[in-house]
Design a protein around this ligand. Sequence first.
Ligand SMILES: Cc1ncc(COP(=O)(O)O)c(C=O)c1O
Length: 471
Amino acid sequence: MTHTLDPDDWQAFRARARDMLETVLDEMESYREGPVWRHPDDLELPQISGKGGSTPDTALKSLLPFGVGNSHPRFFGWVHGAGTPSGLLADMVASTLNANCGGRNHAAIRVERAVIDWCLELFGLPETGSGLITTGTSMATLIGLKTARDVATAFTIGADGVRSGPELIGYASQGVHACFERAFDMLGLGKASLRKLPQDEMGRIRADALKAAIAEDREAGRQPFVVCATAGTVNRGAIDDLRAVGEIAKREGLWYHIDAAFAAALQLSDRHRGKLNGIELADSIGFDFHKWMQVNYDAGCVLIRDREHQLRAFSDRPDYLADAGRGIGSDLPWPVDLGPELSRGFRALKVWTQLIEHGPEKLGQVVDENIEQAGYLASKIETEPELDLLSYMGLNICCFRYVAEGLDEAALDTLNQELVIRLQEDGIAAPSTTRINGHLAIRVNITNHRTQLSDLDLLIDAVIEIGKKLS
Ligand SMILES: Cc1ncc(COP(=O)(O)O)c(C=O)c1O
């Protein structure tokens, strides 16, 4: 082979690899020291040229300061996990194995199954359940809802399409994540077929509204098929009453899907596990390892109560994927029988190593600490006259705003938006924004094992200082 892509000089390649390892370890060891975020316009990327031939090492190193910032202790935006250095080791082995985890008979499939079995037990689902490691909760939601859709139509919809049969309807609270509407769209059901129901004062889906909406749709000849509960809404961290909602779904004969994207990690905490009471009623659960379980991006998960349902929804075994009985083409079912992707990487490895190395108990303690930190932040906000606490549900998310006399609502919105951008652009801290009761809010989400109370003190001091300047 004259065009092999392996190194000509393995000794030189080893030296490059060691040098790169030292560089990334230096970066990891000093996450706290740099700014939280830097604008990537300062980054210079070399041109791709037909000839290749230059090593990308300098360019690779130059990327390191320009991450989104979520490894830094003062990253509080959206819902991002902080990752762990040990994820690097798993990624090195995964890259070396270069496994295609759509199927076949090899170690990676065994590791993925071990992770799924552990998850089924964690959430109290039966051993006869199934699941898949996904890119994230968006993909987990799509897989869960497709399985629900297929079960509701006795698996005819896959062949016949959505043109036949009554309109299929799903239910969730107004706090539901945007990936649900997207999944309804992609499944051909239409975004309008997801009813977004009112929430109570704790942000939970209202049981009376849910029952009434199901009855109304049935009355109108439509076919309710899925109830979606959220454990940890993205805006405020509200948790639906998982047992009550699940019991309604069961009574009505509907599929019960739970989005526990980040709050699934509560199940690891002795102190907070009770908040997920009723999760074991789910027919499907979507959640992320890359959020509050601190696995490096990307790794989510879908779990399905009944393996047969997931297999019937996805398995179609063309000739070229036939079971060979022995050898590489054996050991069914494969991940491709449980989801839409054939080629897929070895995400399960970094999840598995995280669980082996740090253990569920310690990961649960990180959750406990983050919840305590959010409580500390909420009480600190309440003592500051310039700050107005807009939402704190006792979990890991606090929403608040800077207030100044003489400014109307529109001016306060503009000020708080600018304040958050300044915090980010100055590299001080990275909260994000949302709207709470119509007000633009500074949203602080703590899913970060590096955050200390002093980081929250620093954030509050900076918010007040910048707020004063802006007003
Ligand atoms: C409650 C909730 N559901 C779903 C998602 C989507 O998850 P992912 O980004 O892993 O696709 C998120 C992401 O933040 C979320 O917070």
